[in-house]
Design a protein around this ligand. Structure first.
Ligand code: 7RM
Length: 629
C-alpha cells in the first residue's frame, strides 16, 4: 500500500488508471470489513451516482481503533495540547481512546440517537470533539461538525438543513488570552430549531451555563456512568458517514455528504502515502476539526494508520509567535501540516520566534487550503524545515474528501508553489473555455476530474440536483472543481485559485452571495457586491461595495452595522476587510453586476478596468474610484 520511490509511483499510477477497480480493491482489502463487497465500483457522472464497495459492511471506528488494540493498545493515539502552555496536556492511548469513544457512543445511544440520525457537533478543539465525531460513527449516526467560530444563524441553518435532533456543545472556549461563550450561541441558534431534542453540554471552562429542562444534559455528569464498550454498528459501505457544510457560489452553504467505505479507504491511503509516517512518529495537523482537513487528516487518516495525532486547542500567536515551534520541540513533532495563511502570519514576526527552538525533530512539512506563494514556501522550507524537509503541497477540497494532487514526502519531488502530481487513482484534466480537454503540457485551464475516486462527494444533503448542477453540469462527464490550474512541461499542476464566486479567506471558503445576503440585512442597505482581493496574510480579503440610503449621514455607523450583520449571519471569520459606501454598482444593461471591474478596483488596478462601455451608467465607476483612491 505504501509507495516508496518515484519509479514505483509511476508504475502504481499507471496501474491505477488502467484498472482502477483492481487497484482500489487491493487497497480496500487491507481493512477490517464485517462483510466483503460484491462490486468495487458503479458510477455515472450524469445523475451523478457513485458507489464504491457496494454490499460491503464495516464500521470506520473499528478500523481507527479496535484494529490497532492488539499491537498498539498502549501506543499514544492522541496528544492534546491546551491553549495555555501552563496547563496540563492530555494523552490517550488507542485503548483509552476506544473506551472514551464507547462511553460517548453509549451516552448518545442512551439519549435516543440511532443509526442514520444527524448529530450536530459544535465544540472547540478539545479531545471530546474527536471523541464525539468517532462516537457518532461508532453507532452509525451522521456527524455534522460546525466550526465553533460560526454564528448562531450559521448553526441554525445547518441544524435545520440536516434536521439534526441532537447537538453536542460546550459552555465556552479558550482562544489565546480570551474566553468565549459557546452554549449561549447554541441557545440562540436553537430558538429556531424546536425539533432538537437534546443538547449535550461539555464543561470546558467551568462556567455555570443555563440548562434547559428536558433538553440539556451535562456530559461531565453522565459520561462516567457509561460503559466503556459498545459494539460497532454495521454500516453499508455507502451509508452516510458525515455531512460537512461548505460555501459555494450561491448564498446557501451546501451539505457535502461522505460515505463510510470509500472515505475510509481514501483518507487512510492518502495519509500514508503523502506524509509517509514511520512508526512512533508524531504527526500534527493544525486544522480545526470544523473543516474538512481536520476530519480527514487530524482524525480519520492518522487513526486509520495507527499514528499518533496531535490536537492543539489554541492559536499560533499566543502567548507569542513561537507557540507552534515550542509545541514542535515539546513533543518532538516529526510531521507538521498547516496552512499558508498561518505561515504568512508567522513569517511577519521574523526569524526571532523561530530561533528560540531547535525544530530538529521535523522531517516532513505540509501545506493546504489555498495556493502558497513562493516567498512563504521558501520561508517555510528554510526557516522551519532547515532546508532538509520536503514540503507536501496538498491540493484537495471538502468535496474530494482527501488529498488529490500532491507530492509524496521524500518519494516524489516538491516544487515551490506547485501541488505537483496526481495521487494514484486520480485522473485530473484541464479543460479550455469550450469544455475541450487540453492534452499538451505548459497550459492553463479549468481543473476537472474524469474518473471517480473512493472519497468523492456523493450528494449535497437533501438536494441532489444541487450537487449535479454545481459539480457535474458545467462539463458533461467530468467533476468540476471550481479551480483554475496550470500544468508545466513536466506535468506538474499549479493551482491558481477559484474561478467561481468563492473567496478563500485564510483557507476558508465563502460565497460572495453568502456575504452579500448577510450585508443586505443591515439597516439602510439597498444593495451590495462583494469581491476578493489579494491580502498579504489571509491570501484573499473581502472587499464590499455597498449602496446605502444617505451615505453621507452616519457613514461610520453604517459600516459598523454592516460588519455586525456579517458577524451575526456568518461569523467573525467572514468580516469584510474593506467596506466602501457607494452610490451605484457597475451594471450591464441587463442588470448584471460587472464583478470584473470591482475586482480590478479592489486590487488597486485603477488604470486597467478594461472595457466599461457596456455599462448602463459609466458614471458609477467614477464615483467608486473617487472613494477608493
Ligand atoms: C482542503 C480544503 C478547497 C479550495 C480548493 C482550492 C483551495 C486547497 C490548496 C488550494 C492551492 C492547495 N478544502 N486549495 N488546497 N489551492 N493549493 N494546496 O481546503 O473545501 O475548504 O477548500 O481551497 O481553491 O478548491 S476546502
Amino acid at each position: 500500500m505504501r509507495i516508496k520511490s518515484l519509479e514505483s509511483y509511476k508504475e502504481v499510477y499507471n496501474k491505477s488508471v488502467s484498472n482502477p477497480e483492481a487497484f482500489w480493491e487491493d487497497i480496500a482489502s487491507g481493512f477490517t470489513w464485517k462483510q466483503k463487497w460484491d462490486k468495487v465500483l458503479d458510477w455515472n457522472f450524469t445523475e451523478p451516482s457513485v458507489k464504491w464497495f457496494q454490499g460491503g459492511k464495516l464500521n470506520i471506528t473499528e478500523n481507527c481503533l479496535d484494529r490497532h488494540i492488539e499491537t498498539k493498545g498502549h501506543h499514544t493515539a492522541l496528544i492534546w495540547e491546551p491553549n495555555d502552555p501552563k496547563e496540563k496536556s492530555r494523552k490517550y492511548t488507542y485503548q483509552e481512546l476506544l473506551e472514551e469513544v464507547c462511553r460517548m457512543a453509549n451516552l448518545l445511544k442512551a439519549q435516543g440517537v440511532k443509526k442514520g440520525d444527524r448529530v450536530c457537533i459544535y465544540l472547540p478543539m478539545v479531545p471530546e470533539l474527536m471523541i464525539s465525531v468517532l462516537a457518532c460513527a461508532r453507532i452509525g449516526a451522521v456527524h455534522s461538525v460546525v466550526f465553533a467560530g460560526f454564528s448562531a444563524q450559521s448553526i441554525a441553518d445547518r441544524v435545520q438543513d440536516a434536521q439534526a435532533k441532537v447537538v453536542i456543545t460546550s459552555d465556552g472556549l479558550n482562544r489565546g488570552s480570551r474566553q468565549q461563550a459557546v452554549k449561549r450561541v447554541v441557545d440562540e441558534a436553537l430558538e429556531t430549531c424546536p425539533f432538537v431534542e437534546r443538547v449535550l453540554v461539555l464543561n470546558v471552562l467551568g462556567w455555570e451555563v443555563p440548562m434547559q429542562e428536558g433538553r440539556d444534559i451535562s456530559i461531565n455528569e453522565t459520561i462516567q456512568a457509561m460503559p466503556s464498550w459498545i459494539e460497532a454498528e454495521s454500516m453499508d459501505a455507502e451509508d452516510m458517514l458525515f455531512i460537512l457544510y461548505t460555501s459555494g457560489s450561491t448564498g446557501k452553504p451546501k451539505g457535502v455528504v461522505h460515505t463510510c467505505g470509500g472515505y475510509m479507504v481514501y483518507t487512510a491511503y492518502t495519509f500514508l502515502n503523502v506524509f509517509q509516517p514511520e512508526p512512533h512518529e508524531i504527526y500534527w495537523c493544525t486544522a480545526d476539526v470544523g473543516w474538512v482537513t481536520g476530519h480527514s487528516y487530524l482524525v480519520y487518516g492518522p487513526l486509520l494508520n495507527g499514528a499518533t495525532t496531535l490536537m492543539f486547542e489554541g492559536v499560533p500567536t499566543w502567548p507569542d509567535a513561537g507557540r507552534f515551534w515550542q509545541i514542535i520541540d515539546k513533543y518532538g513533532v516529526n510531521i507538521f501540516y498547516t496552512a499558508p495563511t498561518a505561515i504568512r502570519s508567522l513569517m511577519s514576526f521574523g526569524e526571532d520566534p523561530v530561533l528560540n527552538y531547535s525544530l530538529h525533530s521535523l522531517k516532513v512539512l505540509g501545506t493546504v487550503g489555498e495556493p502558497i506563494n513562493e516567498e512563504a514556501w521558501k520561508w517555510y522550507f528554510v526557516h522551519i524545515g532547515k532546508e532538509k524537509c520536503p514540503i507536501v503541497d496538498t491540493w484537495w477540497q471538502t468535496e474530494t474528501g482527501g488529498i488529490m494532487i500532491s507530492n509524496m514526502a521524500g518519494v516524489t519531488p516538491h516544487k515551490p508553489a506547485h501541488a505537483t502530481l496526481p495521487l494514484p487513482g486520480i485522473q485530473p484534466v484541464l479543460l479550455n473555455g469550450e469544455g475541450k480537454v487540453i492534452e499538451e503540457n505548459g497550459v492553463e485551464g479549468y481543473l476537472c476530474i474524469r474518473f471517480p475516486w473512493p472519497s468523492m462527494i456523493r450528494t449535497t444533503y437533501g438536494d441532489h440536483e444541487r450537487c449535479r448542477q454545481t459539480y457535474f453540469s458545467n462539463y458533461a462527464g467530468y467533476y468540476f472543481t471550481g479551480d483554475g490550474a496550470k500544468r508545466d512541461e513536466q506535468g506538474n499542476y499549479r493551482i491558481i485559485g477559484r474561478v467561481d464566486d468563492v473567496i478563500n479567506v485564510s483557507g476558508h471558503r465563502f460565497g460572495t452571495a453568502e456575504i452579500e445576503n448577510a450585508i443586505n440585512t443591515a439597516p439602510e442597505v439597498l444593495e451590495s457586491a462583494v469581491v476578493g482581493f489579494p491580502h498579504d496574510i489571509k491570501g484573499q480579503g473581502i472587499y464590499a461595495f455597498v449602496i446605502v440610503n444617505n451615505p453621507e449621514q452616519d457613514a461610520d455607523m453604517r459600516v459598523a452595522e454592516i460588519q455586525e450583520a456579517v458577524v451575526k449571519h456568518i461569523g467573525k471569520i467572514a468580516r469584510p476587510d474593506k467596506i466602501i459606501l457607494v452610490k451605484g454598482l457597475p451594471k450591464t444593461r441587463s442588470g448584471k453586476i460587472m464583478r470584473r471591474i470591482l475586482r480590478k478596483i479592489a486590487e488597486g488596478e485603477f488604470q486597467q478596468l478594461g472595457d466599461t462601455t457596456s455599462l448602463l451608467d459609466p458614471g458609477v465607476v467614477e464615483d467608486i474610484l473617487a472613494k477608493v483612491r
